[in-house]
Design a protein. Sequence first.
Length: 438
Amino acid sequence: MIEFRIRDFLYPRRLLYWRWLLWRSQYYPRERLLSLQWKLLSRMLDHCFEHVPHYRNLFKRLGLKRSDFRRLEDLSKLPILSKDYLIEHHDEFKADNFERFRPRAIQTSGTTGSPLTVYWDSDSNVIEFTCMWRHFSWLGYRLGEPFLDIRSVVMDAPDGYKWNAKCRGLEMSSDIIDASNIGKYAELLRRYRVKLWRGHPAAIDALCRLLSDAGIDDVRPKCVFTASEAVLDHQRRFIEKWTGVPVCDNYGLKEHNVLITQCPQGGYHVAMEYGIVEIIKDDGTPARAGEEGRIVATGLHNKAFPLIRYDTMDYATPTDRACQCGRTLPLVESLTGRVDDRVLTADGKWVSGLHFAFFFPKGIKRAQILQKEKLALDIYIVPNPDFDEGTASFLRKELKRKVGEAMAIRIHTVEEVPYRSCGKFKFVINQMDEKPPK
Ligand SMILES: [Zn+2]
């Protein structure tokens, strides 16, 4: 849901600076954008050389001096950082002056089911906030207008919604909305005068279908933004048809080092001011236009916990095409890697968002969820030495909150997760004959 810390915005100078710059830089000539990236990267490299143990040791081991980095291309002198390595050497990525940046710990399991703690510092929160603000502005949203955040989540609120007055956000769980109670949730959209909808594409799609079936048509949003999961073609088609506005998708990580935002003309624009995106083929060479590769991301702002050349395990295809919208931020053609199947719960609802159960437990290197029958989930865990029965019972309990008490949760420890296709990883696989409605 919304992560918002008032104290990060007590320094309006930084916020106003990025508000001023980002609205201009999205139309900069490419050379000027590259020079802005180099300026931000240089600052980050200075910091890593001086203050971050992992990078200090790495530069020493590779015999690299600060003067060996003179342009953006020199970044490739550093190896690609895997998530497994990051988890194993986690504390070495914390700057030795970590506290100065007022970091906050955030739990994630990403797309691989591997629990990881990352840190957001105040600079990375400011750039995240202003980049999201810019993205929302592409469809005419003005800061302060009420918005809906709807996801497939277990929410600790009796009616499945919360009003977050700090940022004027209505947070809803799609898991409990159905044909019997849709009128009540439509009334909330009216009461809070929601203008923007954001959230999981499956959750937004389901909400549109329920409203459409109930003949409720006075709560349509003026803009729709999807995030966290890949938006499927049939979802996009229905949402756009019912709302009458384009769906603008958003790709980012909790690691806060890459942001790709879709404009109303359909282009997926890389936010070059936010992070450096390289697209690398499986043979380790950069993908050219039209070739698919993995997104390798370098954050340009988070000094508390810097991640340079981080392998996101998600895939994209670069393109030389210019966007009709006139923005010069480069485009990628397709984004894959967030395409998980949905799970049918014990009470017959299709849900996503099962990652939440894997944020905290210790002892999990990687995980995968398989549903082959209606009332059972098989959880495959690649354990590390901390794995024990406590972790297994925690997972059973958390997952049952989402999928229902009647669901059998069968946990298997394995050496490698069993299901992969073409090297790509899928966290949730559904092999039942019954499929979610389209
Ligand atoms: Zn565009």
